[in-house]
Write a protein that binds this ligand. Sequence first.
Ligand code: ZN
Length: 412
Amino acid sequence: MRPWSAPEVPALPVTGPAVSLHDTATRSLRPTAPQGAARLYVCGITPYDATHIGHAATYVGFDLLNRAWRNAGHHVTYVQNVTDVDDPLLERAEKVHVDWRELAERETELFRQDMAALRVLPPQHYIGAVESIPLVIALIERLQERGAVYSVEDDLYFSVTADDAFGGVSGLSREEMVRIFPERGGDPDRDGKKDPLDCVLWRAERPGEPAWDSPFGPGRPGWHIECTAIALEHLGMGFDVQAGGSDLVFPHHEMCAGEAQVARPGVSFARVYAHAGMVGFDGEKMSKSRGNLVFVSALRNSDVDPMAIRLALLRHHYRDDWEWTDDQLWDAVDTLADWRRALALGHGAAAAPVVDQVLAALADDLDAPTAVAAVQRWVETTLGTDGLADTSDHEAAATLRALLDAALGLAL
Ligand code: ZN
C-alpha cells in the first residue's frame, strides 16, 4: 500500500542521547539499543472512522520515537498495517450502504492526509490486511506444523497454551484476560474451543462476506495474525518496539507475540512493548462505539493549523490518559503565535542548552511536555516577557526552527 508523503526533516548540529522507553511487559523504563536499523511496528487503523484525536495522539506519540532514534544517529525501519478487512469495517460498510473496499480506501486516504498534515513520518512499509493474505496463510501453515492450530467448524484457532510465555506482554491474570477478551473482539464462550482465550486465525467464509481462497478453504484472516505476519516479514523476530494504543495490550499484542513465539521459538517477538494512553472527550474514552469522536480532518477543514493540533497533543505525555477540550487547541494556537513571534526575531536567547534539554527529554520515554516547556522558556526569555529580552545568540531562531521540526515535528 502507498504510505503518505514524507516531510523534509532538517539535520541537527548535535547527536541526541540513546533512547529509553517504558516497556509494558516488564513495567519498567528500558534502554532501546537498536542493532543496525531501529525496527518499529505501530499498529495501524481499521479504516472506517479515521482519524480521531485518539488515533492522532498515538501516531504523533510514536513519531517522537522515530525522530528520537534518527536524532540519535539510527536509521529506522518503520512498519504499519491497515486492517482493511475486518468485522467492524464490514459492519460499518453495510450500515452506510457503501462497498467495504470503497469505505476502506476512502478512510485510508483521509488518514494519509491527516498524518501528512500532522507531519508524522511515514512508514517504509505500509501494508494492508488484504495484501498480506499470502503471508498470513504461510504463517498459519507454520503454526499448523508446530501443532498450535485446530478448527472449530471451519474456522481455525490458535492455541494460546502453545506459547509458554503467553500472558507476558500484558501481565494480566487469566481471570482478567477472560473478562477483557469479549470486549475486544474475542469469543471466549464459543463451543468447541479448547481454551476460552484461543483466538481466530482464519475465519471461514460467511454468506455476504468477502473471502479469499486458502489451503484451509475460503475465508479471511483473523485480526492478530495479520500484524504478526506483517511484522515477521518486514522486521523479523526480536524487533525493537511493538507499539500502539493501550487498548491493544490485550488481546492484540499478547496474541501477536504468542503466535510469533510459537512460529519462531527462542526469541521474544519484540524487545519492548510500548503503549499510548487513551484520549477522552466529554467524560468518556473517545471511541467509535460511543460516537464521541473529534476528527483531525474536521479540525483541518475548519482551517485549524495542523501544527496547533500537534502541539496540543504534545503537551500530554504519550502514556497518560487525558481528556481533549477545545480550550487546549485554542491555547496551542496562541502559544504558536508567541513562538513564531520569537522565531521571527532571528536572534534570541542561547539555543544550545534548549537543544540539549529537548533531545534529553524526548530520549527519556518521549517526554514531550518537558521538551515543550523548555522551548516555552526560551521563547519567554527571547521575547523578554519579564522585561529583559535576551537576544545574544544570533543563530538562535535557525537552531530552534530545526530543533522544533526534527525533534517535535513542529514546522514553524
Ligand atoms: Zn496490530
